[in-house]
Design a binder for this molecule. Structure first.
Ligand code: ADP
Length: 404
């Protein structure tokens, strides 16, 4: 079965076509600047050269889907004889709330239910909905599945997901920890079990997704038991531009001092804080490491940002060691982990008393292999760097739902 995975943003639509016989990516690409001027679509099929289509109108997601399907069946650029070869479409949706406990077939009912999640993922879910509706119009006979980033975390026990607020407010307004990056945590914990040759049911794993947005999860027997992001992806460790955890009273205090209303201060916490705020404007690890090398005041601020990032991650790793008891593996994924070995050294420094030891020679600044095993010679906890593959998880879950 061939599965098309779609990830709709406000003005973009990313896609991958995956052959589930061998889990190979047949084609991938991205339509961008949908609904604004100069839209374009990048498309690559197998070993063929990437093509960029920039002479077409892409007024909305429906136009984008039509172009993607045309490209997939194109005699020169494509890799399908006909659209009918697409067995199912998996749609990435960021927030599930408690409305969807698992990947769900697209029906009139589930689409209505999806609208209830808009207030929980206002920046993403309405666009996913638009993408699904548009796709259904273009491919009315193809089964489609909603796959949620947050559903992996819905196995958390109540003591992990509850905030210490009035219970009625949780019940009435659904305010609780939902987490994010669920498909990534699921993929890398599964890939770690496969690499270790163990049944995931027998493993306790801490997964660290460290990218522009970063989150850390405790995974027990393949199920998430806690995660660092919260009601929204603002919580947890220091991130590229997000503050991570902060005392709610400090938010009120800051808003008053900076003369900001509730929306402005929330924007500030999401966009102007984290590594960017600490370092004086640099959210990207490449810039931060360059600034450290350059030295001076800029270098000192970059050092502070990197130190704080590592410290925050260490605290969550420690917390989840306590939550899990025995830890079999710690897995690192996403851009920061894959390209910046030094930060993993910093995060895990001093944890050798717990059997955590990094082989620094193996912990190089690149991740070309499917699994980079950086466990030290005397390490009792396996330390792995594994590039994530969220699209593959979406395709696998889509296949499971439609073949059930
Ligand atoms: P997201 O998908 O959340 O936007 P990524 O997983 O791409 O984020 O991670 C972004 C981070 O990874 C940035 O801090 C960036 O510096 C770092 N990164 C990505 N690629 C490289 C690279 N080739 N060399 C060094 N750092 C990199």
């Amino acid at each position: 079965m061939k599965i098309l995975v779609l990830n709709a943003g406000s003005s973009s639509l990313k896609y991958q076509l995956i052959d589930m016989e061998n889990e190979k990516v047949l084609a991938k690409g991205n339509c961008d600047r949908i609904g604004i001027e100069n839209p374009f679509c990048k498309h690559k099929c197998g070993d063929k050269e990437q093509v960029v289509i920039d002479d077409r109108e892409i007024k909305n997601h429906k136009d984008a889907i039509k172009i993607i399907l045309e490209l997939l069946v194109d005699k020169e650029q494509g890799c399908l004889n006909s659209m009918d070869e697409i067995g199912a479409v998996g749609h990435r949706v960021v927030a599930s709330g408690e409305y969807f406990k698992e990947p769900t077939l697209v029906t009139d009912e589930s689409l209505e239910r999806l609208k209830l999640t808009f207030e929980l993922g206002p920046l993403h879910n309405p666009h996913a909905y638009t993408g699904v509706v548009a796709c259904r119009e273009v491919m009315p006979n193809t089964p489609m599945v909603l796959v949620f980033d947050t559903s992996f975390h819905l196995t958390m026990p109540e003591e992990a997901y509850m905030y210490n607020i009035k219970y009625e407010d949780y019940k009435d307004f659904h305010v609780r920890r939902y987490g994010a990056h669920g498909t990534s945590h699921k993929y890398v914990s599964g890939a770690a079990a496969e690499y270790l040759g163990k049944d995931i049911k027998d493993l306790n794993i801490i997964t660290c997704h460290l990218g522009n947005g970063s989150s850390i999860s405790a995974v027990k027997g393949g199920k998430c038991v806690d995660t660092s992001m919260g009601f929204t992806p603002l919580a947890g460790v220091c991130m590229g531009t997000r503050s991570g955890d902060i005392d709610a009273s400090a938010v009120e205090f800051l808003a008053k001092k900076k003369n900001m209303d509730i929306y402005e201060i929330t924007y500030y916490l999401n966009h102007d804080c984290g590594l960017k705020g600490l370092s004086g404007g640099y959210s990207d690890f490449r810039d931060l490491t360059a600034n450290v090398k350059e030295g001076g005041e800029k270098g000192k601020r970059a050092e502070l940002a990197l130190k704080k990032f590592a410290y925050d991650c260490k605290k969550y790793v420690g917390a989840y060691m306590a939550v899990l008891g025995r830890v079999d593996a710690i897995v690192f994924t996403a851009g920061i982990s894959e390209w910046n070995g030094f930060i993993i050294n910093d995060i895990l420094e001093g944890l050798d008393v717990y059997g955590i030891e990094v082989d620094k020679a193996k912990n190089t600044d690149s991740c070309p292999v499917p699994v980079k095993d950086i466990t030290g010679a005397n390490g009792k906890v396996k330390l792995l760097v594994i590039p994530t593959n969220e699209e593959l998880v979406i395709a696998r879950e889509t296949k499971d739902v439609v073949t059930k």
